[in-house]
Write a protein that binds this ligand. Structure first.
Ligand SMILES: Nc1nc2c(ncn2[C@@H]2O[C@H](COP(=O)(O)OP(=O)(O)O)[C@@H](O)[C@H]2O)c(=O)[nH]1
Ligand SMILES: [Mg+2]
Length: 601
């Protein structure tokens, strides 16, 4: 049933793999696609991925930095896969703990992982358990709980309600009390720990005889003359030492993470001492437990992730994307061991920041000037089509891009394919005149550097674009910029017309123009534009959106979330950013600056 299962390290070393009986196709392609499009792009929110006819599911083991990937035919509904992948992960970790703990590429390469038997066993169990779960027959009314209820039992009495409420309140209080107790214990433990270290050192100086572990331990915990100052002191020198940490305090309300960590650390250290029977090693084990080696769980991260999600949404990231990003960060961090004195909040924040930079960094090169030169050498014009909804700045930014191309020594033909909006052709003509006055023909061998190809209004846009491209080829223009009419993503006939224009003319670049002002709407626009292009394409490999022009960036202050939503949804780069209404107001995106604006409180 499974096509393949592979286990590899984050460094790219395949530790073990399985290929299903009768499967001849190599799984390198799908796994590489998964790594490229999901894992490297930080899109790990959802742990599944489809590649051609295959469904892939994967699991990250952040502690040992492993990736477990299973592949099976998309048409199969294998209900056991999620549990199976978990089981395999647990078995593999348990079995090869020693090998995995000695990190390093060479060590991994030298280790052997004969996992076949355990894997077959687990697979057999998983397949059998899924077969065993036969469909449950529907219960009759008589068998249901409702039929057992009497009318009396359904009437709520006031007293009963009250009791319930009190009960509820009590449990809440108990929880609060519990938390307070935990905090107190933590503070005392930390204080007593420092005390006890001093005591042990003193004792060791006085008599070299080892103490009885139980007695010593008792003395340590009873010696509660701790001062909270100790904790404060460590906090100032440790947890609060980084700048990012301070920012974080300002950015998010203090979450109980620090105290929680210490609590868990202390618990862990206590058990460590018990196991080793106390003694000197146990004491330092305790210290180690307090300051590091805490592995992150989903519950630890949840309050921080919640705040991050809200923060991203407030910065205009689409709500869905914010959730997916946070899920992806959680998956990336789950099980990871945190460093000394790092808090959950700072760890999560750092991971999110890295993910955001990764998303904004183009996964492929878009170098228009180089591509234009390449087209020039093939004696054909380089064609760019602009599309997007109404009024986002398609024509204005097309004019800015014309200016940039002319400044770089290329000639431009503007194809006026917005044959719908009144004034659209005149708007482009005005730009053409202004651009030619900035770069007079006399300086360019008597030939205008920008020309407009227009056929008035009401005509078929795809036809005009085709004529314009042919004209540009004959007249040796370097670039054709195709302006299109704005259209709402839900307008099916107009979307079909756009898809046709692109399918027929096959431009070198399809740029989606979107406003930086949009929030959730960004996702809907891009998904539907891409969908329309895919649905009406006549080829197996449809031309979709290749890049984004993000306009009106000057109007959004630090609400830069649309940049994230758009790149996340399309996986395509932001090629230009429009920052105003003059020809010079065109920039390229600085991923780090956008991310720091996004993370700013
Ligand atoms: N502030 C600002 N305004 C812009 C920017 N780009 C376009 N605009 C304005 O947005 C409005 C609509 O532009 P237009 O190019 O006609 O949009 P189209 O319908 O998509 O072609 C015009 O008033 C432009 O001046 C930009 O980057 N910043
Ligand atoms: Mg326009």
């Amino acid at each position: 049933m499974l096509d393949f299962f592979t286990i590899f390290s984050k460094g790219g070393i395949v530790l073990w793999c399985f290929q299903g009986a009768g499967v001849t196709e190599s799984f390198t392609g799908p796994v590489n696609a998964l790594i490229r499009s999901v894992i490297l792009q930080e899109r790990g929110g959802n742990n599944s991925f489809t590649h051609e006819a295959l469904s892939l599911k994967y699991k990250l083991d952040n502690e040992f930095e492993l990736i477990f990937v299973v592949g099976f035919q998309k048409i199969l509904t294998l209900t056991y896969v999620d549990k199976f992948i978990d089981d395999v992960q647990l078995h593999f970790r348990d079995r090869y703990k020693n090998e995995l703990e000695q990190k390093g590429t060479l060590k991994l390469l030298n280790s052997t992982f004969a996992f076949e038997d355990a894997f077959s066993e687990l697979l057999k169990l998983a397949e059998e358990s899924s077969k065993a779960r036969s469909p449950v027959p529907m219960r009759s009314f008589k068998e249901s709980e409702k039929s057992q209820k009497t009318v009396k039992s359904m009437i709520e009495t006031k007293g009963g309600d009250k009791g319930k409420e009190q009960g509820g309140k009590k449990s809440k209080n108990t929880k609060k009390e519990g938390e307070c107790c935990l905090l107190r214990v933590v503070v005392r433990m930390f204080g007593s720990l420092l005390h006890s270290v001093a005591n042990v050192l003193q004792l060791l100086q006085k008599s070299p005889k080892p103490q009885k572990p139980k007695e010593k331990q008792k003395r340590v915990w009873d010696n509660a003359g701790s001062s909270d100052k100790n904790l404060d002191y460590s906090d100032k020198n440790g947890a609060g030492s980084g700048d990012g940490e301070k920012n974080l305090e300002a950015q998010f309300d203090p979450v109980c993470s620090t105290s929680k960590e210490l609590a868990v650390g202390a618990e862990a250290s206590a058990s460590l001492t018990m196991k080793r029977g106390g003694g000197f090693g146990g004491m330092f084990g305790m210290l180690k437990g307090l300051v590091g080696s805490k592995s992150l769980s989903r519950d630890d991260m949840e309050p921080v992730l919640e705040k991050m999600r809200d923060h991203l949404i407030a910065k205009n990231v689409a709500a869905d994307i914010a959730s997916q990003l946070c899920d992806s960060v959680a998956k990336k961090l789950e099980g990871k061991v945190m460093g000394t004195f790092t808090t959950v909040a700072s760890t999560v924040k750092q991971a999110l920041q890295d993910s955001l930079v990764q998303i904004l960094q183009p996964k492929r090169r878009v170098d228009i000037l180089r591509d234009v030169m390449e087209a020039q050498s093939q004696r054909r014009p380089f064609v760019i089509t602009f599309c997007g909804v109404n009024g986002v700045g398609k024509s204005t930014n097309l004019a800015k891009i014309s200016y940039w191309l002319i400044e770089n020594g290329f000639s431009v033909l503007i194809a006026a394919c917005d044959t719908f909006r009144a004034g659209a052709v005149e708007q482009l003509r005005t730009h053409q005149r202004r651009l030619n006055s900035l770069h007079p023909p006399e300086k360019h061998g008597g030939r205008p550097v920008v020309q407009l190809y227009e056929k008035g209004y009401g005509k078929d846009a795809a036809g005009i674009a085709m004529e314009a491209i042919a004209y540009a080829r004959n007249q040796a223009f370097d670039v054709v910029l195709v302006d299109t009419a704005g259209r709402m993503q839900d307008n099916a006939p107009l979307m079909t017309a756009l898809a046709k224009l692109i399918a027929v003319n096959m431009p070198d670049l399809v740029l989606f123009v979107g406003e930086a002002l949009v929030g959730n709407e960004a996702v809907d626009q891009l998904v539907k534009f891409n969908q329309a292009l895919a649905d009406h394409s006549m080829s197996d490999k449809p031309r979709l959106i290749d890049g984004i022009v993000l306009t009106k960036f000057d109007t959004i202050d630090d609400k830069v979330g649309a940049a994230i939503s758009m790149t996340y949804i399309t996986g395509q780069p932001i090629v230009f950013v429009g920052t105003g209404q003059t020809y010079n107001d065109l920039r390229s995106l600085n991923a780090r600056a956008v991310v720091s604006a996004l993370m700013k409180a």
